[in-house]
Design a protein around this ligand. Structure first.
Ligand SMILES: NC(=O)C1=CN([C@@H]2O[C@H](COP(=O)(O)OP(=O)(O)OC[C@H]3O[C@@H](n4cnc5c(N)ncnc54)[C@H](OP(=O)(O)O)[C@@H]3O)[C@@H](O)[C@H]2O)[C@@H](O)CC1
Ligand SMILES: [K+]
Length: 504
């Protein structure tokens, strides 16, 4: 699990560590790690042209000490000081002693730079870049130099991933001690480039992470694997209420996701039965209502239901099993109806649907995704999966949830997934995992992880770190790629119990 901690937690841990170390030791660790990454990116340090953008706080100090290390190895290092009257004195002295200099013509040195170190602001930055810093951020971007952000790209909000106004666009970010939420969440993540963590020795052991991201090993441990005793009910039967005469395809895609998610069986209820059976003869179809369709261990309700959503939604919410509500199921959804349920509820809106539920604009949700997903989880007392370029999954919040648990951010997304029907596949996938017994947080975040990997596999390219290879795909391609994603995560063949050692 990759964990990201908010600024207050980082500062507390830093204070505790600093009290045990000689003065300045932490900054030297940071600067050494930063200089090493810069040297690696430059390839040849001797004779290179490096420009430091130096703000008035310790972020600027890191840049100056790293610049001193590069200057000692023969780089030509120029510091652009945002406020000559307020600069990290020790760092500036170190740079000068190593042969670096303060630049008079900021835009001139930036135009000739090979590498720019962005030390304008780190975790102390607030409210986007100030006016004096804006032309420097633009010149750094336009110079063609490699831009390395110190701790965070200056201008991003460390705790929320919001970007207010102008912001430095980095090719790489060297962050210290721990990841910060803003490095993992859009829109800020778009400005971060490749992230390198430099360990400082912070003790974050008892602190609660603000944001966490699953990694392959976490997902592999959570994926349900059938044993010899498994039957369809042990694997999980998922009910899918989706599709309509107008949108039968949503039914097919949600059922496809559910089958690929490992469901022991899928019960389909709705107007898309003929289309579902034609594509998936293994599905069990029913005319409805859902409560009369037979035993299920989780429901998925909403994709492509159109105007028919209300009755089926009410019927499903009255059940005592986990329910995933998506798409048209979200429109008529009253918070008290969800809060009153005993079994888990997982809501899976995209930004537009989340905006409608919160009564704000779509732009507001997209600009502040972490805040929006937490608000929805509090309003509904439910787990909320907010779809998007960095899909977030928030645990239920609000009254009765005193402990603030981390929001999960999905690291596997790809822009190729922004295609019609892709969300229907995700719903089916998450529904199957709910039916298999995963909690709503795990079901949502594991489904998002596999779905992202499947999108990348189907497209044939990587969607991360700004590199988008591959080719366009349809949602059905994504569903078809889920087994490959699953195999990739599990990563190794598991011997069936009792298999003699050494046999093929
Ligand atoms: N603590 C540690 O142990 C370690 C910390 N480390 C490093 O310290 C960094 C934190 O340093 P920090 O606390 O000095 O804050 P920092 O990010 O430099 O910014 C504050 C300065 O920026 C200014 N400013 C604010 N907003 C602005 C804006 N929008 N646009 C422009 N300027 C703005 C603000 O000005 P003021 O508001 O005071 O006028 C203030 O002067 C951290 O990210 C890491 O890099 C590492 O060395 C490892 C050890
Ligand atoms: K920075």
């Amino acid at each position: 699990m990759r964990a990201a901690y908010g600024v207050e937690t980082v500062r507390t841990a830093e204070r505790e560590l600093m009290a045990r170390l000689p003065e300045g030791a932490l900054m030297q660790r940071a600067a050494a790690g930063l200089a090493a990454v810069c040297a690696g990116l430059l390839g040849r340090v001797y004779g290179s042209r490096v420009v430091l953008l130096v703000g008035s706080g310790d972020n600027g100090g890191d840049a100056l000490y790293a610049g001193a290390r590069l200057a000692r190895r023969g780089a030509g290092v120029s510091a652009v000081l945002l406020d000559a009257g307020r600069v990290h004195a020790g760092g500036l002295a170190a740079l000068r002693a190593a042969g670096g200099r303060v630049a008079g013509d900021a835009l001139g040195v930036l135009a000739r730079a090979e590498l720019v170190v962005d030390g304008i602001t780190g975790i102390g930055g607030r409210g986007g870049l100030r006016d004096a810093a804006v032309p420097l951020a633009r010149a750094a971007r336009d110079s063609g130099a490699v831009v390395v952000a110190v701790d965070l790209p200056s201008g991003v909000e460390a705790d929320s991933g919001e970007v207010r106004g102008e912001c430095v666009r980095a090719d790489a970010t060297v962050t210290f001690g721990t990841y910060k939420p803003g490095l993992l969440i859009d829109p800020a993540r778009e400005y971060v480039g490749a992230v390198r963590l430099v360990e400082l020795g912070l003790d974050l052991g008892t602190a609660e992470a603000d944001v966490e991201a699953l990694q392959h090993a976490d997902v592999a441990a959570l994926l349900p694997v059938p044993g010899a005793e498994s039957d369809k009910y042990r694997r999980g039967v998922v009910g899918v209420v989706a599709g309509s005469e107008r949108y039968p395809g949503a039914a097919v895609l949600a059922v496809a996701g559910a089958l690929r998610g490992g469901a022991g069986a899928v019960r389909y209820v709705g107007h898309g039965a003929d289309a579902v059976i034609a594509r998936f003869p293994e599905a069990l179809v029913h005319a409805g209502p859902p409560s009369k369709a037979g035993r299920v261990q989780a429901w998925v309700v909403g994709p492509g239901l159109g105007e028919d959503a209300d009755g089926a939604l009410e019927d499903v919410l009255a059940s005592d099993v986990p329910v995933l509500v998506d798409a048209d199921g979200l429109r008529p959804l009253a918070p008290e109806r969800v809060r009153g349920r005993d079994a888990p509820t997982l809501l899976t809106p995209h930004a537009g649907e989340a905006a409608a539920l919160l009564g704000v604009s779509r732009e507001e949700v997209e600009a502040g995704r972490l805040v929006a997903v937490r608000e929805l989880a509090a309003l509904y007392g439910a787990t909320v999966l907010l779809k998007g370029s960095t899909t977030l999954v928030a645990p239920p919040g609000g009254a009765g949830f005193a402990v603030r648990r981390p929001v999960r951010v999905n690291p596997t997304g790809t822009p190729w997934l922004a295609t019609a029907g892709s969300g229907d596949v995700l719903s089916g996938l998450a529904g199957a995992l709910l039916a298999a017994g995963l909690g709503a947080m795990d079901a949502g975040s594991v489904a998002a992880y596999l779905h992202g990997l499947a999108g990348r596999l189907a497209a044939g390219g990587q969607g991360g770190d700004g590199v988008l290879g591959g080719a366009p795909v349809g949602a059905h391609d994504v569903a078809d790629a889920v087994p490959g994603a699953w195999r990739g995560v599990v990563g190794r063949w598991r011997a069936a119990p009792g298999t003699p050692f050494g046999t093929a």
